[in-house]
Design a binder for this molecule. Structure first.
Ligand SMILES: *[C@@H]1O[C@H](CO)[C@@H](O)[C@H](O)[C@H]1NC(C)=O
Ligand SMILES: *[C@@H]1O[C@H](CO)[C@@H](O)[C@H](O)[C@H]1NC(C)=O
Ligand SMILES: *[C@@H]1O[C@H](CO)[C@@H](O)[C@H](O)[C@H]1NC(C)=O
Ligand SMILES: *[C@@H]1O[C@H](CO)[C@@H](O)[C@H](O)[C@H]1NC(C)=O
Ligand SMILES: CC(=O)N[C@H]1CO[C@H](CO)[C@@H](O)[C@@H]1O
Ligand SMILES: [Ca+2]
Ligand SMILES: [Ca+2]
Length: 568
């Protein structure tokens, strides 16, 4: 048996068996659309600008739906497009039932849905349940203690410092974007809770009116034809109940950082991952399922954003009697590498963490990036982007691409003067780069021309990344072999391969640096992923991993851009 030689950085997919296409005798897998879906996250502000104001918009997205169709993705998830003062770029919503004017109108949105339906693309919206904007009418009414709205948010008198006699926030709780999570409101003469920015007051989920209102939001957009929701920021949804005197407990110092403004300075025992949050997700699932019972059509899905430990995250799937989220996002390929770096062993660990904890009968999913994390090509290294895109597409279940990952887009260089993200702005010129999320939000790169083809206007809301003249759709489409052509081949394979949709999964680390994964299904060709995460060429004997993998029986399907694959 001849071994396989892998030079510097090579990832490749190999097919085992004769059939080019899977044999017709393989039974249909009868999976629902979302179980093997390729989701694509659009950050609307940075995707495509149709009117030259330098800001992406709905008509821009509609004009590029054919690109998504060509890529082969199943569904696009749009980050918030709702009316917003844009303090947190749409995650601060002032009207959950209307479209942000700079993005377009409700008519533009209907047009987008119509065009997506024609192309058989599904559209998913962002649902931001934890908070609204402070400019939302609900908050204004709550400040005035108007009937029905007085308890819409989390209000508290605060404490009086025994020594100084001065008023203090009710607790030491910290917001995500640095500093106290409480803000004094002069008009109402109380503090309100904001786990994110001051302009993002937390809604009070212990008020049944709030729960009912947010279910209305879901139904409203389901009626507009969306295929589901991606739910934002679940961990902070509920806070602990106050004690008999109405007091909340302080968090204790965590030891994770010395910076007393950083959220990690304290534990988040009382302000994250409360059991009521899981039950709320089950209730939202019921809203979606009820809607389908009444109106028919395809299932609409619930994807959940929760950076929580596995014991908590897995509960979102549901339990033996109740269904929860279809897919609680799996961020392990981001978080394990953030902590310990990219290596074959860490890839294995990240996969184990999900597959070994996932309840039976549920569907896995794999996320490489989003608008809160440095771009995948910058985090993993550009030489690894193809290997990582390959990995998420051959692992079992659904996967999620953040716009630009298919091109190998890298982080933009944004100066302190150009910084607009509140997380960056709430810090200072010396440390903002640790916090700012602007670098991963730069405009999408369509062409090598003016403003990368993103906008015909004079300026863009964030500067372009430096590499746009080579890293863009136009250039990569024209090339014979590019990150983009590799990505397209992967999706095409995934859509046509019953092995990838329904096969069993087996994986291992070989020679310290090489990660191998095999998907197999009886009666169909197996698919094998081989990736060298080290920096030196190595020779592996794949038969050590699986006896059936002799070189002569393998056929190359896809290889990474940098690979000068040689077979010995
Ligand atoms: C499942 O969750 C529901 C709703 O939270 C709860 O009422 C029920 O007891 C749970 N069942 C099991 C078996 O854990
Ligand atoms: C359900 O989804 C499939 C796959 O995207 C699509 O072809 C079909 O038209 C959809 N059916 C309805 C009723 O929307
Ligand atoms: C693509 O490959 C063909 C055939 O090998 C070659 O003739 C052509 O020049 C290549 N195009 C580019 C842009 O590299
Ligand atoms: C393949 O699909 C069938 C039918 O949905 C299912 O019972 C089986 O568990 C699937 N196998 C894998 C490995 O996903
Ligand atoms: C990935 C993601 O959606 N992150 C968002 C989580 O929620 C906060 C507050 O709504 C946003 O600031 C993040 O962008
Ligand atoms: Ca615009
Ligand atoms: Ca909350």
């Amino acid at each position: 048996m001849q071994p396989l030689h892998l030079s510097i950085v090579v990832c490749c997919l190999l097919a085992l068996g004769h059939a080019c296409q899977d044999s017709a005798s393989v039974p249909t897998t009868a999976k629902d659309w979302w179980e093997t879906a390729q989701f694509y996250q659009i950050y609307p502000r940075s995707f495509m600008d149709s009117d030259g104001d330098g800001i992406g918009d709905l008509n821009g997205i509609t004009s590029k739906l054919e690109y998504l169709k060509e890529l082969g993705v199943t569904a696009a998830w749009l980050s918030p497009i709702f009316k917003s003062p844009m303090v947190d770029f749409g995650y601060d919503i002032s009207d959950f039932f209307d479209i942000q004017p700079e993005y377009g109108t409700l008519e533009d949105f209907r047009n987008l849905i119509r065009r997506a339906n024609e192309l058989d693309l599904k559209i998913i919206l962002d649902f931001v349940p934890n908070h609204s904007s402070n400019e939302n009418e609900w908050f204004k009414k709550s400040v005035r203690r108007e009937k029905g709205y007085a308890d819409y948010y989390v209000w508290h008198d605060g404490k009086v410092n025994a020594a100084t006699g001065e008023r203090e926030p009710p607790t030491n709780w910290l917001q995500y974007f640095r500093g106290s999570a409480w803000e004094w409101n002069e008009q109402r003469q109380q503090y309100y809770l904001h786990q994110f920015a001051v302009q993002q007051p937390d809604l009070n989920y212990r008020n049944p009116d709030v729960v009912a209102q947010m279910k209305r939001v879901l139904r409203y957009w389901l009626n507009e034809g969306v295929a589901g929701f991606r739910c934002d920021a679940l961990p902070p949804l509920f806070e602990v109940l106050p004690d008999g005197q109405g007091q909340y407990p302080d968090e204790v110092v965590s030891g994770a950082t010395e910076d007393a403004e950083d959220r990690d300075y304290l534990t988040t025992t009382y302000i994250e991952n409360q059991p009521e949050t899981v039950d709320m997700v089950y209730q939202w699932r019921e809203v979606l399922d009820d809607h389908r019972r009444i109106h028919g059509g395809n299932s609409s899905v619930l994807l959940i954003e929760t950076y929580s430990p596995a014991w908590f995250t897995m509960q979102f799937y549901g339990n033996r009697t109740v269904n929860g989220a279809h897919l609680p996002f799996n961020f392990n390929l981001i978080t394990v590498m953030e902590k310990s770096g990219l290596s074959a062993a860490n890839v294995q660990q990240a996969i184990d963490l999900w597959l070994q904890n996932m309840p039976a009968g549920r569907t896995a999913n794999w996320v490489l990036g989003n608008h809160d994390k440095r771009r995948a090509a910058s985090r993993y290294g550009l030489e690894h982007i193809d290997g990582m895109n390959m990995l998420v597409m051959i692992l079992p279940g659904a996967s999620v691409t953040y716009q630009g990952e298919e091109l190998g887009m890298t982080d933009g260089q944004i100066s302190w003067e150009d910084t607009v993200d509140p997380w960056g702005c709430n810090s200072n010129a010396d440390i903002y780069e640790q916090y700012t999320r602007d670098p991963e939000r730069t405009p999408f790169q369509w062409t090598s021309g003016s403003n990368a083809g993103f906008s015909m206007g004079p300026t863009t809301w964030l500067p372009l990344a430096d590499d746009y003249q080579t890293v863009n759709v136009e250039t990569e489409s024209a090339a014979n072999h590019s990150h983009l052509t590799i990505y397209k081949s992967l999706i095409a394979l995934r859509r046509s391969s019953k092995t990838l949709q329904n096969g069993s999964t087996k994986y291992a680390v070989l020679n310290d640096d090489v990660f191998v994964l095999k998907r197999s299904l009886s009666g169909a060709a197996s698919i094998v992923y081989v990736c060298n995460f080290g920096s030196a060429a190595v020779t592996v004997d794949l038969t050590e991993f699986d006896k059936s993998l002799g070189k002569d029986t393998l056929r190359l399907l896809v290889r990474s851009l940098d690979s000068a694959k040689s077979e010995g």
